[in-house]
Design a protein around this ligand. Structure first.
Ligand code: HEM
Length: 230
């Protein structure tokens, strides 16, 4: 059977740009954080430079989503709303996920929206731990000399917990996005912005059919202005 070559737009350019900038900032924060976390790695970098680079990357990590929110408020709020909207398909995903991801068994996996349940969980993680990083990091940065020692210790502890949890989850995210045999076009979606129609139907069926419905109910396009040539 011949496969359809049609593609569907999944992520807009601005969304992809935010993803890549945030990822780059996270990687720099992770590496410089690792050097600060494991003193024995200090030989890899000069201590003060690690701290400066960590702070510079933190600024990018904080500012990039704010710029996105200001420039694309609708898209940003829609994504948050998507991540927070849970239905029966999410319960079905949770039940079917072990067989789907470990045995590549699609039976029992309900149709998903633009974000599948795993992606919604990833969003929660990013929002919750992103906030922990920012609050604790800013306290360590700006209130180091005035905050009580006990509070600072808690800030370092929470920053470290977020570092360990997100560090571990990033591997899962990369594995599912780039390597897993069922998620063949996830990387294409975030790098080029599109997925094939086949993939959209099989992996994000609810969203795909919603799109088709919208296209079918949209008013016909305005007739193009006809320029008469004499
Ligand atoms: C986003 C905002 C962030 C801010 C404002 C921030 C700020 C800071 C500051 C001020 C320090 C103390 C550095 C020093 O000793 O001078 C620190 C340490 C550290 N940061 Fe961040 N950071 C942020 C995000 C991250 C992220 C995303 C990661 C890792 C993925 C990370 C991992 C670490 C680690 C592991 C340490 C060492 C803590 C320790 O000494 O045990 N940080 N951060």
């Amino acid at each position: 059977m011949s496969q359809s070559k049609a593609v569907v737009q999944k992520y807009a350019r601005a969304t992809r740009l935010l993803h890549h900038i945030h990822t780059a900032a996270f990687i720099i924060l992770f590496i410089t954080g690792l050097v600060l976390f494991i003193p024995q790695l200090g030989f890899l970098a000069q201590d003060s430079w690690t701290r400066i680079v960590h702070r510079l990357a933190a600024v990018v990590f904080i500012v990039a989503p704010i710029v996105y929110l200001v420039m694309k408020p609708k898209a940003a709020l829609r994504a948050v709303a998507d991540a927070c909207t849970w239905g029966t398909e999410d319960v079905g995903w949770l039940k079917a996920a072990p067989r789907y991801y470990f045995l590549c068994d699609e039976e029992g996996m309900p149709a998903q929206g633009h974000m599948n349940t795993g992606q919604k969980l990833w969003w929660f993680l990013v929002i919750v731990f992103g906030a922990v990083f920012i609050v604790t990091g800013l306290v360590m940065w700006f209130l180091k000399t005035v905050a009580p020692a006990g509070l600072l210790q808690w800030m370092v502890f929470a920053h470290d917990v977020a570092f360990i949890v997100t560090g571990a989850m990033v591997f899962v995210h990369v594995y599912l996005g780039v390597i897993h045999p069922m998620m063949t076009e996830a990387w294409q979606a975030i790098s080029k912005g599109t997925v094939s129609e086949e993939y959209a139907k099989s992996h994000h069926g609810l969203w795909y059919h919603e799109q088709v419905k919208e296209e079918n109910t949209a008013p016909p396009p305005e007739p193009k202005e006809v320029v008469e040539v004499h």
